[in-house]
Design a binder for this molecule. Sequence first.
Ligand SMILES: [Mn+2]
Length: 299
Amino acid sequence: MSGQRHNPGAFLDLPRELADRQTSRVLVLPIPYEATTTWVKGTARGPAAILEASTHMETYDELVHDEPCRAGIHTLPPLDTTGSPEEVIDRIRVEVATLASERKFVLSLGGEHSLTTGVVRGIAETRPELTVVQIDAHADLRDEYEGSPLNHACTMRRLVDDFPIVQVGIRSLTPEGAGLIEERGVPVFYAEDIASTCSARRMEVRDWMEEAIEAVPTDDVYLTVDLDGFDPSIMPSVGTPEPGGLLWYEVLTFVATLFERRNVVAADVVELCPIDRLVAADFLAAKLAYKIAGHALRA
Ligand SMILES: [Mn+2]
C-alpha cells in the first residue's frame, strides 16, 4: 500500500470504514513508554515505527486466503506516558481495563516491556483467570533493577505472584530468576532446547510447541511478545539483543497454535527500538502485530 494516506497514524492506514472505533473488534493501543531501559535507548519510538511500517504492508493474508482487517482494526491515540513509572503503569491499567470491558481485543504496541504489567492488570479486571504466555530472550524475573521494581527487567516478577506464566525463547536470566523458576515450577522453554528440537540432533525430539501450550493451565491467555525473543539476525532493533533466538515461522506457528487451542484475550508486541533505515525489523514487528490481530478477528 502506498501513495496518499487514508487515515494518518492508523495501523495499516486502513480507510475509516474499516477502522471505526465502535465496530472494530481489535483496538491497537500505542504505548510509547520508555523510562527504565538500561542499554540502547529508543523504544519510545517503537509504536510509531510499527504503525509507519504497517502502512507499507499488503492486507491480504495468503495463509488464510482473506483480508483479516475487513473485520475492523481501530488505532487509538498514543497513551500518555508522562509521570513516574508507578503513575504510568497504573494509567495503563485503568485505560486497558476500560477497553477490555467493551469486549475488544486490545493489541498494545511498545515501548518498554514494563508496560505489560499495567496491561495485564487491566485485562485481569474482567478476565482474572489468565495465563501470561511470554516470548522473550529474558526471564525478566528480577525483583528490582537499578533501584526500581518496575524496571523492564522485572516485568514477569511483577506478574508471577498473581498469574501462571509460561516462558518461551529464554536465554538470559539471573540466579535469582533461575531460583524462582525452580521454586515455583514455572514452565520455561529455553531457546537452546527449541533450537535442538528443530535440528533433531537429539535422540528424543520433543514437540516444544505442544508442551508449551499444554503447560498453559487456563483457557484465557495474555500473549506478550518481547521482540528480543527473535534472533537478532532478523530482529536487531532491540535494546538488549541476545544470540540464538527464535525465527519467524517458529513464532508464527506457535502464535497460531496458541490461538487455536486457547482463548487469547489480548496481546502486546514490545521493545522495538528502531534503527534508522533498518526497516526490515520494523516491518517484522508490524507484520507480527497484523498476524496477531488476524487471529483475534477470526476467533
Ligand atoms: Mn527481553
